[in-house]
Design a protein around this ligand. Structure first.
Ligand code: NAP
Length: 312
């Protein structure tokens, strides 16, 4: 495979895929680097109901459709993980674990990483009852009692998903108001096997080789109680993880990459799109729109740079 491209897109979620399609259609030699599965966060979403044109679609199915689209244009996917980047200058270097690649422009589309509760046994019992993805692991807990932490759309949708599999689902949220959509809360209220545990936080995960129970603190009366469960799903959102990106790329105070309206970062030829970018709304549609803009602007940047080189 080629190791030199016009544009390298880091991340194969909806934004990265859209950027790839626009870059290829503009005639650029483009590749997408992805460390996991195409589709990013949507590949772990049970139901997407706000992507225009689809009243309701399974996240894996939508990710598959996007991957088919990008594959039909013969855009190469490089299955590797980025270790570090060197982005200042005309030649951008992307060092992966297996190979090093070069490009004239880079589009950073790495999404955001799952947030952790950072409890003592959280890491040790990961895969042994602790999970960050209900749609990936939910089926392992058919007929069992499980708990889910979070109050956003992901938590609410995942809770609905689990209510069709588990015997009982405890939905633990730190406030008495959900951040997620009311329509989902209303649907959950109709489920007999879902119990809301509000104004509460998980203080401890109990179990040796497997999770047995959790200690939950009610923040109103300051009382703790134990809930026996077979699995704990932690669905408390995502945060930026730009550890592998040059420290020259400017971030905001929360760690998201700062861009202008053209998706350009503070470095020429470097763009950031989707959930990793400092933006007012993090949705599939927004990531796709960002991707289209970034690819178009990367094309203009590459053409302008080539013209400058020629005239020198
Ligand atoms: P989110 O909207 O950021 O919600 C995170 C939830 O976790 C919040 O309820 C938050 O509580 C809680 N939380 C955060 N840190 C916590 C901690 N340390 N301990 C306990 N609770 C904690 O994340 P998300 O649900 O993953 O959604 C991310 C974005 O994707 C959102 O814009 C969402 O609308 C979108 N999304 C859309 C769909 C859809 O439309 N189909 C599906 C999934 C996600 P507080 O509320 O108290 O802050």
């Amino acid at each position: 495979m080629d190791k030199v491209f016009d544009v390298i897109i880091i991340g194969g979620g909806p934004g990265g895929i859209t950027a790839g399609i626009y870059a290829k259609r503009a005639g650029l030699n483009v590749a997408i680097i992805e460390r996991n599965v195409p589709g990013g966060a949507i590949s772990t979403t049970a139901d997407v109901s706000n992507y225009t044109g689809f009243k309701s679609i399974d996240g894996v199915e939508l990710a598959g459709k996007m991957f088919d689209h990008v594959s039909s244009l013969n855009i190469p996917f490089i299955w590797d993980e980025v270790k570090k980047t060197k982005l200042i200058g005309d030649e951008k270097i992307v060092e992966c674990y297996q190979e090093t690649y070069k490009a004239k422009a880079i589009i950073i589309a790495i999404g955001a990483s799952v947030r952790k509760l950072n409890l003592k046994k959280e890491r040790e019992l990961l895969g042994k009852g602790v999970s960050y993805c209900a749609t990936c692991d939910g089926n392992l807990y058919k007929g069992k009692d499980v708990a889910l932490v979070g109050g956003g759309n992901t938590a609410l949708e995942d809770c609905l998903y689990l209510s069709n599999i588990a015997r009982k689902v405890y939905l633990i949220h730190r406030r008495d108001e959900f951040r997620g959509q009311d329509i989902l809360v209303k649907e959950l209220e109709t489920k007999n096997n879902v119990e809301f545990v509000l104004n509460s936080t998980v203080e401890e995960i109990i179990g040796d080789n497997r999770i047995n129970s959790i200690k939950v603190l009610n923040k109103i009366n300051n009382q703790t109680s134990n809930i026996n469960i077979d699995a704990l799903f932690i669905c408390i959102g995502r945060g930026p993880d730009t550890g592998m990106i040059d420290e020259d790329v400017k971030l905001n105070e929360k760690g998201y990459i700062i861009t202008d309206e053209n998706m350009k970062t503070n470095i020429d030829g470097v763009y950031a799109i989707g959930d990793i970018r400092c933006s007012p709304l993090k949705q599939i549609l927004c990531a796709c729109s960002d991707g289209a803009i970034a690819a178009t602007k990367a094309f203009e940047y590459i053409k302008t740079s080539a013209r400058k080189l020629k005239s020198n």
